[in-house]
Design a protein around this ligand. Structure first.
Ligand code: IPM
Ligand code: MG
Length: 356
């Protein structure tokens, strides 16, 4: 029987609660006759590791992850450590070190979830946002000089390469092609940003020619926020730069009812390195350690992990179990207006996997 090697990095805050919950659910799936098993290896990297060792992960951390089939990641963020240190020291180190250049963020209104859009039915909102995950505004290019002096200067340069844009466009068109509506919206800001975003648009048009069966349109990122609210059904697959997609995906998650539900995959489409799956929510220090975190974002991320491993049937089974749990308001956590605890939601999903 195939055993998948999964690296678990709970990270900080509620990551330490939702990742063990995710492991429990994956184990339940395996025990329920999925036809494969999991071998988990946990890594205690993050804020605590930083306090003990002065860095978020060890120098040879990537080496330890390299042979894994996939990575399940919680969250990075610690009130005592600057956010750019926690981000660049762990999550971005893995994303960039393993060239996970496609960040995929599906959004749907799951059964039983009260979403704020009153003028649409849940069926009208079924999106996948493809986030460029290796360059753009997160390239890390820039600098700071003359700190504290009146002439102090700081730059963050958004860097885009033809190779980087081509590969994310190709990935997005392929993903759009695989979905029933075959519809892609290319998000841009080429009216104001007249160099890189103009190249972005040009390359989109070039790559589009390889996918004659995909309908596509272009939307400015600001107008896109309004379109998401006013005409959700006009969107299906979206592709956007690193920062634009970061912002749009929070809006998408909120429109679908809660950030606590939203999943993501940091994917290396060429499969040279392990891909990494994580809930979109952060470390949520205000509720950490209390058993209140919503584990659904992690469970849905596990569905994406299974799909990436090619285990489509198991992925569908887990998604069904998740949807049957969200359908029951008694199993909603606080972010959804309910009183359920992380453990209640987890055991309900496990129970449905065992007794289907
Ligand atoms: C996300 C998050 C991160 C990002 C934060 C934690 C730096 O908001 O994954 O969307 O901006 O990439
Ligand atoms: Mg974000």
């Amino acid at each position: 029987m195939k055993t998948y090697r999964i690296a678990c990095i709970p990270g900080d805050g509620i990551g330490k609660e939702v990742i063990p919950a995710g492991q429990e659910v994956l184990q339940a799936l395996a025990a329920a006759g999925a036809g494969f098993g999991f071998a988990f290896t946990s890594f205690g990297w993050g804020g605590d590791w930083y306090r003990a060792h002065g860095q978020m992960m060890p120098d040879d951390g990537l080496e330890a992850l390299r042979g894994m089939d996939a990575i399940l990641f919680g969250s990075a963020g610690d009130p005592q450590i600057p956010d750019h240190v926690t981000l660049w020291g762990l999550r971005l180190k893995i994303c960039q070190g393993f060239d996970q250049y496609a960040n995929v963020r599906p959004t749907r209104i799951l059964p039983g979830i009260d979403a704020p859009l009153k003028r649409c039915t849940p069926r009208d909102l079924d999106w996948v946002i493809v986030r460029e995950n290796s360059e753009g505004e997160y390239a890390g290019v820039g600098g700071r000089a003359h700190q504290g002096h009146p002439i102090e200067v700081a730059t963050d340069v958004s860097m885009m390469t033809r190779a980087g844009v081509e590969r994310i466009m190709r990935f997005a068109f392929r993903l759009a092609q695989s979905r029933p509506r075959k519809l892609l919206t290319v998000v841009t800001k080429s009216n104001a940003q007249r160099h890189a975003m103009v190249m972005w648009d040009q390359i989109a048009a070039e790559v589009a020619r390889e996918f004659p069966d995909v309908r596509w349109d272009k939307e400015l990122v600001d107008a896109c926020t309004a379109r998401m609210v006013n005409r959700p059904a006009s969107l299906d697959t979206l592709v956007a730069t690193n920062l634009h997609a970061d912002i749009l995906s929070d809006l998408a998650a909120a429109l679908a009812g809660s950030l606590g539900i939203a999943p993501t995959g940091n994917i290396d489409p060429e499969r040279r390195y392990p891909s990494m799956f994580e809930p979109i929510h952060g470390s949520a220090f205000d509720i950490m350690g209390q058993g209140l975190a919503n584990p659904i974002g992690t469970f849905w991320s596990c569905v994406m992990l299974l799909e990436h491993l090619g285990e489509h049937e198991a992925a569908a089974r887990l998604m069904q179990a998740i949807e049957s749990v969200t359908a029951d308001p008694a199993l909603h956590t606080g972010d959804l207006g309910g009183k359920a605890r992380t453990a209640d939601v987890t055991s309900a999903v496990c129970h449905r996997l065992k007794n289907r």
